[in-house]
Design a protein around this ligand. Structure first.
Ligand code: PMP
Length: 309
């Protein structure tokens, strides 16, 4: 199946979507993006693009941080994304990536007086972390960027060097994923996921003031835990050692879904297996992301390949 792009206001095969090597975003990371899942429901032969509006809303926020204006409204982006998905011909789970970037072929580091452009691509993405068997993590020797450096509430391309340093260090040391701490040593998040602890029957997760990306899966999990399991989430600063004594830990993210954490820094978390609350949330999430729970219809953008474009 050829991957497809919406680029320069046209739909085209990904192979035809090219940019010049002087593009400003390449050396300076002056771009932002989203990662959105289109979940294929084979029983109903349709996609559920999960929380697409929230993803585009976050992209608009990221663009504001980078002084960029997007040429379409959120609704127009949703419509274009649906059309791209239908044109791609996929009938399996897909990963959709819109990216806005400073497109001037110009040298000189800045945000102002530059042209900008946006594209959307659709491709497949196998499970990013092992959600069935769980993952082993280390705390990273790299610290998460601070709001005074590059605002982490934006999904800004340049920030991902911070994530890449941590991910590679973790994997080259034999772990699956890194947990980054803030400058002052509090728990922040994974290289591309938010983190939750289950402790004393409640969920615990770092707050937005601790330099996390405000994850859409994080928000989904907090709402499902509250509405479906009656479990509250406390958003507060989390010490590193709280991870070691937690009953359960898991990551959340669009690419990772809900990934159980079995071990951190060579210490088993809880029983060292997948925790009960984590497993319940995984089950709830698997259903909701297919668009099957009418209670959460606001989260679903249903696209049927059979419907006329
Ligand atoms: N933190 C970082 C650094 C990420 O890249 C992501 C993935 N977008 C997340 C957290 C999780 O966010 P979401 O649930 O919106 O995908």
């Amino acid at each position: 199946m050829p991957d497809y792009a919406f680029f320069h206001k046209q739909f085209m095969p990904l192979a035809e979507a090219k940019i010049g090597i002087l593009t400003h975003a390449l050396p300076y990371g002056t771009a932002c993006f989203e990662g959105i899942r289109g979940n294929w429901d084979s029983a109903q032969e349709r996609f559920c693009i999960f929380r697409i509006k929230d993803h585009y809303k976050r992209m608009f926020d990221s663009c504001r941080l980078l002084k960029m204006n997007l040429p379409y409204s959120i609704d127009e982006f949703c419509q274009l994304t649906g059309e791209l998905l239908v044109r791609s011909g996929y009938q399996e789970d897909v990963y959709i990536r819109p990216l806005a970037y400073k497109s001037s072929e110009a040298i000189g580091v800045r945000l102002h007086n530059l042209e900008e452009d946006v594209f959307i691509i659709v491709t497949t993405l196998p499970s990013y972390l092992d959600i069935e068997n769980g993952v082993r993590c280390c705390t990273s020797s790299w610290r998460r960027v601070d709001d005074t450096m590059i605002p982490p509430r934006g999904k800004i391309c340049g920030i991902y060097v911070n994530s890449a340093l941590a991910k590679t260090e973790a994997q080259e040391s034999g772990f699956d994923e890194a947990i980054l701490l803030t400058q002052d040593g509090h728990v922040c998040e994974g290289s591309g996921e938010n983190i939750f602890l289950v402790s004393g029957g409640k969920l615990l997760t770092p707050p937005s003031s601790d330099n996390i990306l405000l994850g859409i899966t994080r928000d989904t999990v907090m709402k499902l835990a509250k509405n479906e399991l009656g479990i509250d989430t406390i958003e507060r600063q989390v010490d590193r050692s709280e991870l070691y004594v937690a009953d359960e830990c898991f990551f959340t993210g669009t690419a990772a879904n809900i990934a159980p954490i079995l071990e951190i820094d060579h210490r088993p978390i809880g029983t060292g297996g997948i925790g009960k609350v984590t497993a319940k949330l995984q089950k709830l999430f698997a259903k909701v992301m297919l668009g099957r729970n009418p209670k959460y219809s606001d989260w679903y953008h249903i696209v049927s390949p059979k419907a006329p474009i």
